[in-house]
Design a binder for this molecule. Structure first.
Ligand code: DGL
Length: 287
């Protein structure tokens, strides 16, 4: 059995790389749904169905836990799959399986507050809502922005944080295609600038809320002013998964260090941009 990592394409490699370094002895199967990438401009039902199909491929290939290393799929599809699909699949496969998202771990890292805080919060903060001083900027796909998941989940934990979301349509697609750095730099600059104009200043913290953007984290870092803290989504997800596996020893995660990379698209070597990020050429096999 193995840990499955799913994304519309190459973005999830950013999370995968961190998970592999954290759980080196475990077996991993990565799937990029490159035949259907990018997801960010698609409708909700389509994203749910594509995500379900991707997860099914991973479970049938031997995954026991699938990490949706995709904010768009986590925002739109996670809850539906956990509630309406996973219970039946567990029965059908007669083994423990689950699908996990990456947004809540990211928000916990950004706010410093775990999920349990929400339950205790209401009584304590009633009538003492603070003036918003800290601004968190979220760069994400159009579908993630429309779901408002970051605003909703951050507000459950911290009413003193203001959240501004900057949808970056097209950016994940360019990264997926391995566009030249100069072209990517211009797009990143435009979005950082657009967010600054909307807020009236730069945010205090930034979340790269699309796993593809982590591949060009250097371009965000060079464009945002030095003091802006950029939350590392891969680290946050690995931290949270470590705690999850401690609480759930029932999942068989394999222990031979096997690494498999699959695509629904054209099998073969990934772009130079990915080779540069990965530190070596990377080849995907047919799913
Ligand atoms: N990497 C994904 C995300 O985190 C999906 C990007 C896309 O397919 O549009 O949102």
């Amino acid at each position: 059995m193995a840990i499955g990592v799913f994304d519309s394409g190459v973005g999830g490699l950013t999370v995968h790389r961190e998970l592999v370094s954290r759980f080196a002895e475990r077996d991993f199967i990565y799937l990029g749904d490159q035949a259907n990438a990018p997801y960010g401009g698609r409708g909700g039902e389509e994203i749910v169905e594509l995500t379900r199909e991707g997860c099914e491929t991973l479970f049938r290939a031997g995954a026991s836990v699938v990490v949706l290393a995709c904010n768009t799929a986590s925002a739109i599809a996670l809850r539906r799959l956990q509630q309406t699909w996973i219970p039946g699949l567990r029965e059908e496969l007669s083994r423990p399986v689950n699908v996990l998202g990456i947004i809540v771990p990211t928000i916990e890292a950004a706010t410093g507050l775990p999920w349990s805080y929400e339950a205790e919060r209401d009584g304590r903060l009633e009538g003492e809502k603070k003036e918003a001083i800290d601004i968190t900027g979220i760069f994400c796909t159009a579908a993630t922005a429309m779901s408002r998941v970051y605003e909703i989940e951050i507000d459950k934990r911290r009413t003193d944080l203001a959240v501004f979301t900057e949808p970056c349509p097209g950016l994940a697609g360019l990264i997926e295609l391995g566009a030249p750095e100069e072209e990517l730099r211009v797009v990143v600059r435009d979005h950082v600038d657009s967010l600054r104009r909307r807020i009236g200043r730069h945010p205090d913290k930034a979340i790269l809320g699309c796993t593809h953007y982590e591949i060009v984290a250097n371009l965000f870092a060079e464009t945002l002013p030095e003091g802006v803290q950029v939350i590392s989504q891969p680290t946050a997800v690995a931290d949270s998964l470590e705690r999850y596996f401690e609480r759930h020893p029932e999942y068989d995660l394999g222990n031979t260090g096997r690494r498999t990379f699959l695509t629904t698209g054209q099998p073969g070597p990934q772009s130079d941009l990915i080779a540069q990020f990965w530190g070596a050429p990377l080849t995907f096999d047919a799913a």
